[in-house]
Write a protein that binds this ligand. Structure first.
Ligand code: HEC
Length: 134
């Protein structure tokens, strides 16, 4: 008799659990980094007050993808510009060079959110103690 009782209680418990299970939750996406920067639909470049300058100076010869895909420091961008000026007939950017570099450094620098995080520094390594079951 006792066995039957136990079985009944167990069954009731299982059924109750089945009925009271919460409805499926919408998937939790908060772990994904939300990219809230606005992008220019034509070029995919980040919207900013200097965007028009960058579009005018940097998308005449090649796709903006070359910019979007890259992450350089300000100096790195400057070197790319010098390299294009030396080898690919890029003109002197004149007064627009500074705002163009500001833009590139701000949105396509190595520390921009969508780049990889910097390598870890000052890691304190420790020895694992052997874990014994208590
Ligand atoms: C006069 C033409 C011209 C203009 C204007 C121009 N580029 Fe370029 N750029 C090139 C050429 C040519 C290449 C080489 C393309 C290739 O390798 O397929 C290049 C390559 C690049 C690359 C890739 C470099 C690499 O190491 O792979 C980047 C980044 C780039 N350009 C950024 C810019 C930026 C930023 C501007 C605006 C300041 C700009 N470009 C304006 C001609 C130009």
């Amino acid at each position: 008799m006792n066995v039957l009782k136990t079985v009944f209680v167990l069954l009731a418990g299982v059924m109750l659990a089945a009925y009271t299970r919460p409805a499926t939750q919408p998937p939790d996406h908060t772990y994904m980094r939300m990219d809230t920067t606005k992008k220019d639909t034509e070029t995919g470049l980040v919207m900013d007050q200097s965007l028009y300058l960058v579009k005018a100076q940097c998308t005449q010869c090649h796709s903006s993808k070359l910019i979007v895909q890259n992450r350089f420091t300000r100096d790195g961008w400057k070197q790319k510009i010098r390299w294009m000026q030396a080898n690919h007939n890029l003109w002197d950017l004149g007064e627009t060079e500074k705002p163009v570099l500001d833009y590139l450094e701000k949105h396509y620098g190595p520390t921009t959110a969508h780049a990889r995080r910097a390598p870890l520094k000052d890691i304190k390594w420790y020895k694992l103690e052997s874990v014994q079951p208590q």
